[in-house]
Design a protein around this ligand. Structure first.
Ligand code: HXC
Length: 284
C-alpha cells in the first residue's frame, strides 16, 4: 500500500545499505570540502554512518546549514564551516576550527570543484584560471593547511597513532580529452599530480596516504546537471559498459575503502569509479 511505497522511496533516496561495518571510521574526524552538496555530501553522510565525525566546508551558508542539520538528524556529529578553498586564510581558519571542535583531524577530502562548459575559444583566461584555482590550487591549499593535523591526528610527535589520509575527487576527462572542458581537464590532471607527489613525500615523511577517486557520470549531482547533455540518458548509454549512471553511493563506498584500514597499503592511486566508461568505444 501507500506506506510501503513510501518506505521504498525512502530507501531509494538514502541509497543502498553499506557492505562495510558501521564502526570502521569510529573515532575518526573527516573534513570534507564541498561537503554540503552532491558527492561531497554523500561522502559526509557515509563517513558519519561509519562512525566518523565530519566537518563540512563550503561557500554557501544556507547549503551548509541544511546539510549539517540533515547529518545531525542521522545521529552524526557534524559541523559546517563557511569558506572558499581559493582563500588560504579560509583554509587555515577551517582546518583550525575543525581541530578545535573535534580535537583531531584524520581525513581530508577535497571535493570542492568548479565547472561549466566552454569551448577553448569562448573560455577567457580568467575562466580557465578560476577553475584551476578552485580545483588544483584549492586542493593544494587545503592539503597544505591540514598537514600538521593529519600527522598523527594532530596529536603530536609522542603519539603512537599513524598518519591520516587525503582523498581528492578527480575525474576521468584528462585520461583522454573532453569537449568544452579544457579548464577542468587541466585542473583535474593537476589534482592527480598533487595526489601522486603528496603520496610520495608525505607518505614517506608523515605516514599520510593520498589517493584520488575519479567518478564517471553520477546521477543526481551538480556535475551531471551542469555538464551532461540529455543524450547521456539515451545515445551515450549505448557505449557505457555497465549501461547506466553511477550513484553517489558508489563514490562513497570507494572512499570508505580508501580511508579505512582496508586501504592501508593503498597510496598514490587514482581509482576510476565510472563503470569502465572512460576506456570504452562504440561497438562496431
Ligand atoms: C564561460 C564562464 C562561465 C561559463 C564563469 N565563467 N562561468 N565562462 N562559460 N558558463 C568565467 C567568467 O566569465 C569569469 O571570467 C570567470 O569564469 C570567473 O567567473 P565568476 O562567475 O566570477 O566565478 P565564481 O563566481 O567564482 O564562480 C566559479 C564558477 C562557478 C566555477 C564559475 O560555476 C562555481 O563556483 N561553481 C561551483 C559549483 C560547481 O560547479 N560544482 C560542480 C562541479 S562538477 P571573466 O574573464 O569573464 O572574468 C565537476 C565535475 C567534474 O567538477 C567533471 C565531471 C565529468
Amino acid at each position: 500500500g501507500e506506506s510501503h511505497r513510501g518506505r521504498d522511496a525512502e530507501k531509494k533516496r538514502e541509497g543502498m545499505e553499506s557492505p562495510f561495518k558501521a564502526d570502521i571510521l569510529r573515532g575518526k574526524v573527516g573534513l570534507i570540502t564541498g561537503g554540503g552538496s552532491g558527492i561531497g555530501f554523500e561522502l559526509s553522510t557515509q563517513f558519519g554512518k561509519h562512525g566518523a565525525s565530519v566537518a563540512i566546508m563550503g561557500r554557501r551558508k544556507s547549503v551548509l546549514d541544511a546539510a549539517v542539520s540533515s547529518l545531525r538528524s542521522l545521529g552524526i556529529q557534524a559541523v559546517g564551516f563557511e569558506g572558499d578553498v581559493r582563500k588560504p586564510e579560509d583554509a587555515r581558519r577551517v582546518v583550525e576550527s575543525t581541530f578545535q571542535h573535534f580535537g583531531r583531524i584524520d581525513i581530508l577530502v577535497n571535493a570542492a570543484a568548479g565547472n561549466f562548459l566552454a569551448s577553448p575559444e569562448d573560455l577567457s583566461p580568467n575562466g580557465f584560471r578560476t577553475v584551476m584555482d578552485i580545483d588544483a590550487v584549492g586542493t593544494f591549499t587545503m592539503c597544505h593547511a591540514a598537514l600538521k593535523y593529519l600527522m598523527k591526528g594532530g596529536l603530536g610527535r609522542g603519539s603512537s597513532e599513524g598518519g591520516g589520509s587525503i582523498i581528492n575527487i578527480s575525474a576521468t576527462l584528462h585520461y583522454t580529452a573532453a569537449w568544452y572542458q579544457i579548464h577542468v581537464s587541466a585542473a583535474k590532471a593537476a589534482v592527480d599530480a598533487l595526489a601522486r607527489n603528496l603520496a610520495l613525500e608525505w607518505g614517506t615523511d608523515y605516514d599520510i596516504r593520498v589517493n584520488g577517486i575519479a567518478p564517471g557520470p553520477i546521477a543526481d549531482t551538480p556535475g551531471m546537471s551542469k555538464l551532461a547533455p540529455d543524450e547521456i540518458n539515451s545515445k551515450a548509454r549505448d557505449y557505457m559498459p555497465l549501461f547506466k549512471l553511477g550513484e553517489k553511493w558508489d563514490i562513497a563506498m570507494a572512499a570508505l575503502y580508501l580511508v579505512s584500514d582496508a586501504g592501508k597499503f593503498v597510496n598514490g592511486t587514482m581509482i576510476p569509479v565510472d563503470g569502465g566508461l572512460w576506456l570504452s568505444k562504440p561497438r562496431h
